[in-house]
Design a protein around this ligand. Structure first.
Ligand SMILES: C[S@@+](CC[C@H](N)C(=O)[O-])C[C@H]1O[C@@H](n2cnc3c(N)ncnc32)[C@H](O)[C@@H]1O
Length: 230
């Protein structure tokens, strides 16, 4: 497990990193990649949407181009302080301090749930995905963006030491373990040589909550080639 796959370490890291996050972030996860993911998310204006690990609000800002209001959850006050400057504390964004693995919301509270660039910090990502499934209504959409596993051995060792990196096969395993049956995985990249993002888009199955983690029928997994815009 990587050093940042620990909630206290991640919180400490973002206490400082939050000050430069918006400067560094566009080199890895930029507007174009986010906007493409927003197309896959396909939200309707009146959808109730939760953004988990919302941070400084980079994705929240994009979501607000599609929906009227966003619920934002994060465990870092430093990150939210930056977001408050953009959106105000009370407005179209409803802020909740909390943990991705224990969401402070009732079952079926949301039509869609978005989480970009946060899964790599969670010690128990399957627990969080189960929570996503719980708080999103059946038929709703869950979209998760994380870092794709590097192809080169030297980068793999470094990646493993820091946080969770995973490929489409592992993403599929995590989503299935959390009870999702219908998930599509996309690979995006800013340009050649920059880190790749893996975006998983899942539909919450009809209510069979007792069966979370049970084996499910085989489903098709689509891994798009590294083109970034298909
Ligand atoms: C790389 S930032 C992503 C910010 C934003 N979603 C974006 O697309 O730019 C990761 C965020 O996940 C948050 N985070 C990490 N672990 C978390 C957890 N267990 N629960 C809630 N938020 C968490 C961090 O505090 C940080 O703000």
């Amino acid at each position: 497990m990587g050093i940042l796959e620990d909630k206290d370490n991640a919180r400490l890291f973002y206490r400082y990193f939050s000050r430069i996050y918006d400067t560094v972030n566009p080199y890895i996860w930029d507007d174009r990649m986010r906007n493409r993911a927003l197309e896959w998310f396909d939200a309707d204006r009146d959808d109730r949407v939760l953004d988990v690990g919302a941070g400084t609000g980079f994705a929240t800002e994009g979501l607000l181009n599609h929906v009227d209001e966003v619920y934002a959850l994060d465990q870092s006050r430093g990150q939210f302080e930056q977001a408050f400057r953009k959106f105000g504390k009370r407005g179209k964004v409803r802020f909740h301090m909390g943990d991705a693995e224990r969401l402070p919301f009732e079952d079926d509270s949301f039509d869609r749930l978005w989480s970009s660039g946060s899964i790599e910090y969670w010690p128990n990502p399957v627990e969080a995905l189960r929570e996503f499934r719980r708080v999103t209504r059946p038929g709703g959409t869950v979209l998760v963006v994380g870092p794709d596993y590097p192809k080169l051995g030297v980068f793999q060792a470094l990646a493993d030491a820091i946080m969770l990196f995973y490929d489409a096969e592992e993403a599929e395993e995590m989503f299935r373990a959390a009870g999702f049956e219908d998930t599509t995985h996309y690979i995006q990249q800013r340009h050649r040589g920059t880190p790749r993002a893996i975006t998983s888009v899942a539909t919450v199955p009809d209510d069979d909550r007792g069966a979370v983690g049970d084996a499910v029928d085989a489903t098709e997994t689509t891994e798009k080639p590294v083109a970034g815009d298909d």
